[in-house]
Design a protein around this ligand. Structure first.
Ligand code: PNS
Length: 193
């Protein structure tokens, strides 16, 4: 018997799209390379969109996985974050949006993903991202982490800064899709009695 590799199963071929429709009769299922793009996405920005567009050209399927991440006390609920990301990504046929709780490596294994994408904007991102990638590799050595750089114009962009600018009444339309801007304005509107 072939020994089972340490650190979880290898990337599994998963029936998807046309292959799924053909069903079990088709013995030659094509290998579908699935990648996970995890994050808090609180909220989804044009920088995230740029990374997903790049990943969607390289992989057969991209799963944008919105982490519940309650410890970060997100502004938007998990359902809202998922909805905002899904609307921005609707035109991309090979991209789906999902939510997850718990360990990323376990979620990636459940979804049959080969790799995790993380956006890298500047050197300041690197230390934390490197730690996270190595910890994830320790937890599952078969799951690769791939860093992708967004367009130069987005290197300063983060959900955190967008929220701060919006809170203080600044212009955020260059940084987020229009529906995200609207949702942010509504969320931050002072409650009237
Ligand atoms: O957008 P963020 O907040 O930088 O995303 C961080 C995220 C969600 C990718 C990270 O916190 C994560 O993977 N959370 C899931 C729990 C987990 O697996 N933790 C161990 C990571 S080494």
């Amino acid at each position: 018997m072939t020994p089972r590799p340490r650190g979880g199963e290898p990337c599994r071929p998963i029936p998807f799209g046309k292959e799924l429709a053909r069903g079990a009769a088709n013995r030659e299922l094509e290998l579908v390379r699935t990648v996970i793009y995890p994050g808090s996405f609180d909220p989804f920005t044009n920088g995230h969109l740029d990374v997903v567009e790049r990943a969607a050209k390289l992989f057969d399927r991209v799963i944008v996985a919105v982490a519940s991440n309650d410890a970060k006390r997100p502004l938007f609920t998990l359902a809202e974050r998922r909805r905002l990301a899904a609307r921005a990504l609707k035109p991309l046929a090979n991209v789906e949006v999902d939510t997850f709780e718990g360990l990323l490596v376990q979620y990636a294994q459940r979804r049959g993903a080969c790799a995790v994408i993380r956006g890298l904007r500047a050197v300041s991102d690197f230390e934390f991202e490197f730690q996270m990638a190595l910890m994830n590799r320790k937890l599952n050595q078969r799951l690769e982490t791939i860093f992708m750089m967004p367009k130069g114009a987005y290197t300063f962009l983060s959900s955190k800064l967008v929220k701060e600018v919006a809170r203080l009444g600044g212009e955020i339309s260059p940084f987020v899709p229009a529906h995200v801007e609207k949702a942010l304005r509504a969320k931050l509107k002072p409650h009237r009695r």
